[in-house]
Write a protein that binds this ligand. Structure first.
Ligand SMILES: [Zn+2]
Length: 927
C-alpha cells in the first residue's frame, strides 16, 4: 500500500489501525434513508454556477466578476467602497467595514463538496467543475501576487491580508471575523481537489498558501500565538492544523508540519490529555476541528498527548454534553460537565460541531477499534446530520440547518446559503457513504461493517464485493452479500458492529447457518473464513422503542427506535408533559399505539404513541418538533394500562408509579405483576391508595394480560398470587383517603402552549364534600393562601403553581402545575451604520419571556433572522423601504416597523427614518 493509498498518512506505529475506504469504493443504494439527501445535494453540485463561487475572489483581486452574484449571506461582496487591503493598509475600526469578512469560506466548502462528489460518483463532469473552480482560484492567486501588495505570492484570500495582521494585534471578533477559519476552508477544499479529484494545480495553489501562512506564523512566538488562538471567534482557525499536517505528508514538506503545530492550543492540549475538563464556556466549533488535527499530528509526530487530548475531549462531550440527536453546545458554547437538560436553550447543537464530532469519532475508531466511537457516529449521522437537510430540491441553496435546536416546539433553520453550517452541510450530504465500511491497515487487512444502511463496497485489491441490503430503514434484518470477483477463495476477517441500541440480542447467520457468537450490544462479532462465490450474512438486529433520560434529569426524555431518534410533532412551544411510565413495558421498551412500530414507520413515516404523532428526526420536515418531553404521572399507569387511580404524592414528591419502576425494574410480566402487588400493599400502608383502588390497579394489570407471558408457568403463578391478593383486599374496608385536588386554568392557552393573556386559576377538589375542605394555593414557592375562587396570575414566564386540599381530619394532597405565560410581544430595533454609499443594517429583537421566534423583514426577499448578523444595502437613486417585525415563541407579534433609506445623494442631509409601518403593509408580507 503506498502512501497515497492511505490518504497521505505515514505508516508508522502511530498510523491508524483502520481507515475508511476511498470515496469511490462505496456507493449508497436507492433504498438507503440517506439516498434522497445525497441526491439532492449532488444536484446542487452539478448545477450551481462556478462564477458565483469565484465572484468574491475576483472582486477582491480586481478581476472581472463576469456579472456573477455571490452566493449570499456571509458569502457576499461586502461594501462597495471596501478595498482588498494589504496587511499594513487597515484604515481603523471607525471607518472599516465589518460585513462579509468571512467571504471565501463557502467557496472552499463548495470545492470540497465537488471533489467529494467527483470521487464518490467517479464522474468526469464533476471533475471538470473542480478543474474550473481551481483554475479560477489560481488566476486570482496570480493576480493578487502581481499587485505586489501582499506579504507573499502564495496569498489567496477574498478580503485582503489585513485581517491576519489585525489578528496578530489581537483584534476582537467584530473588527475581524476569523481569517484562519476562512483560510482553512479554502486550503482544505484545494487539498481535497488534489487528493480526491486528482487536480495537480490545486496542490500548487495550496502549497503556495501554506508557505505564506508558515511565513506569517514563524514570526510569532509561542505565547503570542496562544493569545491569538484563545480569542473568541477571531482566533477560530477551523482545522488549519489538520490540513497543514495532511499537506506536509502529501507535499513532503516538514515546514508545513511545523506550521500545523504552531496552531496547537497549549491549555486545551494539556488539560484534555491529563483528564481535566475545561470545556465550560468554550466555543464548541472553534475547538472541535482542531481535535481532528491533533489526531493527524499524533500520526505524524507519534506524540501520544495529541491522541490522548482528542480522546479526552470526546469523552467529555459524549455522553455528558450530547443531545439525543448527537449535537452539542448551546449558543455555540459548551456548558458544564454532565449537563444536558440543564443546558437546553433556544440555540442548541450547531450542525458544524456535529460534522466535526463525527470526523473525530471515526478518526478515534481508526486508532482504537473501539465500537463506542461508531455508536456515536451512527447516532449523529443518522439523526442530526441526515436531518440537517430539508426534504426539498434546490438549485441555489444547500437547504441545511445551522442550529438543530432541542427545545420544546423548535423549528428547523433550513437554508443557510453562505453560513458556516451551509458550508459543512454541502460536504455532509455528498458523503453519507463514508463511515459505513472501514478496513484494517495491518498485515491481514480485515473489514469492519460499521453502519447498516443499503450500500455496496467494491474492494478491488482483495477481489471482494459487499452489498448491504435492508427492506426499509426500520427493518430489523440486514443482509450482507459477500462476493468474490475471482474463482479462488478469499480469506477475510469481517468484523460486524453490534449497535448499542439492539434490544434482546443480535443473531448472525452465514448462508443460513446460525453462528454461536457473543453478539452483545455495544460490541462487535468477528467472522474469519475463506469466502468464495456468492455468500450471505444474515443479521438480526432487533430494535425497541425506548425512552432515553437525559443524563441530568431522569424525567426529561427522548425517544429512540433502533438508531432512529423520534420527535413528537406538536404546534406547542412549551414542554410536552406525558406519562412516560404509563407507556413503559416490562423490560424497558415504550408502548406505541400500534403493535408493529417498524411497519408503521415504514408505511407512513410516523408512529403514534399515546395519541401523539412521532416521526424520525431526520425526515427533513419543516414542522415544529419536540425532541424531549417531560414525565408527569397524574394517575397510576403502567405497561400501557391507564387505571384512573390518582398517583398521590408523598412529601418527597414520589408516587406509587415511581415505586413500580425502582431499579432493578421488572424485566417480564411476572415480575411486573409481583411488583404491582408489593407496591399496592405498601401504598395502602402509606395512605396513597385505598383497598378498592389497589384492587382496581392490580385488576387492571391482570385484565391487560400481565399474567399471560412468554413463560406460562411463571406468569400463571404470578397471576394466581395477584388474584389471591385482590381477593384478600376485597375483605379490607376502604380507609378514608385524602381528597383529590386539581388546578383548573382558563382561558385555554394559545396553540403554542403559552398563555398570552393573564390566566385565571381555580383550585378544585373531589372525593370529599366541599364544605369540609380547605383549598389553598401558592405561586412560585410563595406563601400559601386560601383559594376559594378564581385567582388571576399576573406574572410572566414559567410560573409554578402548587395547590392543596386539606380535609377536616388534616389529610391533605397536593398537586403542582407549571404555566407558561407571555402576554407581551417582543421588541425589535434596527441598528444602522452608514459607510459611504451603503448602510450596514443589523436587526435585533428581544423577548425576555418566551424568546424571539424570528424577525422577518421585507424588502428585497424575505428573511427569517434567528441569528443577528449585519447585512448591507447599497444606497441607490431612490428611497428604499425595509419593513420588519418580530414574533415571540408564545405567538405574540409586534407591530411592524418601517425603515426608510434615503436616496444616495441626500445621505448627508437626510436622516434615516424609522417609523411604524401602515397596516396595509402587513397583509402583503404575511405568508
Ligand atoms: Zn456552523
Amino acid at each position: 500500500m503506498d502512501a497515497r493509498a492511505v490518504g497521505g498518512r505515514a505508516m508508522t506505529d502511530a498510523a491508524p489501525r483502520a481507515l475508511p475506504f476511498p470515496y469511490g469504493a462505496v456507493r449508497l443504494k436507492p433504498t438507503s434513508a440517506f439516498a434522497p439527501a445525497h441526491d439532492r445535494m449532488l444536484r446542487l453540485a452539478r448545477v450551481y454556477p462556478i462564477d458565483r463561487l469565484l465572484a468574491v475572489f475576483r472582486a477582491g483581486a480586481g478581476l472581472d466578476t463576469r456579472g456573477a452574484v455571490p452566493p449570499g449571506a456571509w458569502e457576499g461582496f461586502g461594501h462597495p467602497a471596501e478595498e482588498s487591503w494589504g496587511e499594513h493598509d487597515y484604515p481603523g475600526r471607525e471607518v472599516a467595514q465589518t460585513a462579509n469578512l468571512l467571504r471565501g469560506h463557502y467557496t472552499g466548502h463548495f470545492l470540497s463538496m465537488l471533489a467529494l462528489a467527483a470521487a464518490g460518483e467517479d464522474d468526469d463532469e464533476l471533475r471538470s467543475r473542480v478543474d474550473e473552480l481551481v483554475g479560477g482560484l489560481a488566476e486570482v492567486q496570480q493576480a493578487l501576487a502581481a499587485t505586489g501588495r501582499y506579504s507573499h505570492p502564495g496569498l489567496l484570500f477574498a478580503s485582503g491580508e489585513w485581517q491576519f495582521a489585525r489578528l496578530e494585534h489581537l483584534a476582537p471578533y467584530g473588527e475581524i471575523w476569523a481569517p484562519y477559519y476562512t483560510c482553512h476552508k479554502l486550503m482544505a477544499g484545494l487539498l481535497d481537489a488534489y487528493e480526491l479529484a486528482g487536480n495537480e494545480q490545486a496542490l500548487e495553489v495550496v502549497t503556495g498558501m501554506a508557505h505564506w501562512i508558515a511565513g506569517r506564523l514563524e514570526k510569532l512566538d509561542h505565547d503570542h500565538r496562544q493569545r491569538m488562538w484563545s480569542l473568541y471567534i477571531a482566533g477560530e482557525f477551523g482545522g488549519m492544523n489538520e490540513t497543514l499536517a495532511r499537506l506536509s505528508a502529501v507535499a513532503g514538506e516538514p515546514r508545513f508540519l511545523a506550521a500545523a503545530r504552531a496552531f496547537d492550543q497549549a491549555d486545551l492540549l494539556d488539560a484534555a490529555s491529563s483528564g481535566r475538563d475545561i470545556l465550560d464556556g468554550m466555543h464548541a466549533n472553534q475547538h472541535l476541528p482542531q481535535l481532528v488535527g491533533y489526531v493527524r499530528e499524533y500520526e505524524l509526530t507519534r506524540e501520544r498527548r495529541y491522541l490522548a487530548a482528542a480522546i479526552g475531549v470526546f469523552d467529555q462531550i459524549v455522553p455528558g454534553r450530547m443531545y439525543a440527536h448527537g449535537g452539542t453546545g448551546e449558543n455555540e458554547l459548551w456548558g458544564p460537565p454532565r449537563t444536558v437538560a440543564g443546558d437546553i436553550g433556544r440555540r442548541n447543537a450547531e450542525t458544524c460541531a456535529t460534522y466535526n464530532l463525527v470526523k473525530l469519532a471515526e478518526a478515534l475508531f481508526g486508532h482504537t477499534l473501539q465500537p463506542r466511537f461508531l455508536d456515536y457516529a451512527e447516532r449523529a449521522r443518522q439523526n442530526q446530520i441526515l436531518g440537517s437537510r430539508r426534504a426539498v430540491d434546490s438549485d441555489d441553496s444547500p437547504e441545511v440547518t445551522y442550529m438543530f435546536p432541542v427545545h420544546a416546539g423548535a423549528l428547523p433553520e433550513y437554508d443557510n446559503v453562505g453560513t458556516c453550517c451551509g458550508g459543512t452541510g454541502l460536504e455532509n450530504h455528498v458523503s453519507h457513504q463514508a463511515g459505513i465500511f472501514f478496513r484494517e491497515t495491518g498485515a491481514k487487512p480485515a473489514l469492519w461493517v460499521a453502519r447498516y444502511t443499503p450500500a455496496e463496497l467494491r474492494w478491488d485489491e482483495r477481489g471482494i464485493r459487499v452489498d448491504i441490503d435492508q427492506e426499509h430503514p426500520f427493518a430489523d434484518r440486514v443482509t450482507l452479500r459477500v462476493r468474490t470477483t475471482q474463482a479462488r477463495p478469499v480469506r477475510l476477517t469481517i468484523h460486524l458492529r453490534i449497535p448499542e441500541w439492539v434490544a434482546g440480542g443480535a443473531e448472525v447467520a452465514v448462508d443460513g447457518r446460525r453462528l454461536e457468537l457473543d453478539a452483545r450490544p455495544g460490541g462487535s462479532v468477528t467472522i474469519d473464513r475463506a469466502w468464495q462465490g456468492d455468500e450471505s450474512i444474515e443479521l438480526a438486529l432487533p430494535a425497541a422503542l425506548r425512552s432515553e433520560p437525559t443524563i441530568d434529569d431522569p424525567e426529561l426524555r427522548s425517544l429512540r427506535y433502533g438508531p432512529h431518534v423520534l420527535v413528537a410533532r406538536d404546534e406547542s412551544t412549551t414542554t410536552i408533559e406525558r406519562s412516560w411510565n404509563a407507556q413503559r413495558m416490562p423490560g424497558g421498551a415504550t408502548r406505541a399505539d400500534v403493535d408493529d412500530v417498524s411497519a408503521a414507520l415504514a408505511a407512513t413515516g410516523a408512529v403514534s404513541i399515546a395519541g401523539l404523532r412521532h416521526e424520525p428526526v431526520w425526515n427533513g420536515s419543516d414542522e415544529r418538533y419536540h425532541l424531549y418531553s417531560r414525565g408527569a404521572d397524574r394517575t397510576i399507569g403502567f405497561a400501557g394500562v391507564e387505571t384512573g387511580v390518582p398517583a398521590r404524592r408523598r412529601a418527597d414528591g414520589t408516587t406509587l408509579v415511581d415505586d413500580l419502576w425502582v431499579e432493578p425494574a421488572p424485566q417480564d410480566d411476572a415480575e411486573m405483576l409481583d411488583r404491582l402487588v408489593a407496591v399496592c400493599r405498601s401504598g395502602m400502608a402509606d395512605s396513597l391508595v385505598s383497598a378498592s383502588e389497589a384492587r382496581a390497579v392490580i385488576g387492571a394489570g391482570l385484565d391487560a394480560g400481565l399474567g399471560i407471558g412468554a413463560e406460562p408457568a411463571v406468569t400463571a403463578d404470578a397471576a394466581r398470587r395477584a388474584r389471591d391478593v385482590v381477593g384478600a383486599f376485597s375483605a379490607t374496608p376502604d380507609a378514608a383517603m385524602p381528597p383529590t385536588v386539581d388546578i383548573g386554568v382558563s382561558p385555554a392557552p394559545a396553540a403554542s402552549g403559552w398563555f398570552t393573556v393573564p390566566p385565571a386559576v381555580e383550585v378544585r377538589a373531589t372525593g370529599v364534600a366541599g364544605d369540609r375542605l380547605r383549598l389553598e394555593l401558592r405561586i412560585d414557592d410563595g406563601a400559601w393562601r386560601t383559594a376559594d375562587g378564581p385567582v388571576i396570575v399576573d406574572r410572566e414566564g414559567l410560573v409554578r403553581l402548587e395547590a392543596r386540599a386539606v380535609d377536616r381530619d388534616g389529610r391533605s394532597s397536593t398537586v403542582r402545575r407549571e404555566l407558561a405565560i407571555d402576554t407581551q410581544p417582543p421588541q425589535s430595533e434596527a441598528r444602522v451604520k452608514q459607510l459611504g454609499a451603503a448602510v450596514e443594517i443589523t436587526l435585533v429583537a428581544t423577548d425576555d419571556v418566551s424568546g424571539v421566534d424570528g424577525i422577518r423583514w421585507a424588502g428585497e426577499g424575505t428573511f427569517w433572522a434567528t441569528f443577528q448578523e449585519a447585512f448591507v444595502r447599497a444606497l441607490t437613486d431612490r428611497e428604499q423601504v425595509i419593513e420588519f417585525a418580530a414574533t415571540d415563541r408564545a405567538g405574540n407579534e409586534e407591530a411592524r416597523h418601517r425603515l426608510t433609506l434615503p436616496p444616495a445623494p441626500e445621505l448627508d442631509t437626510i436622516a434615516i427614518a424609522l417609523t411604524p409601518a401602515p397596516d396595509i403593509a402587513r397583509s402583503e408580507n404575511d405568508s
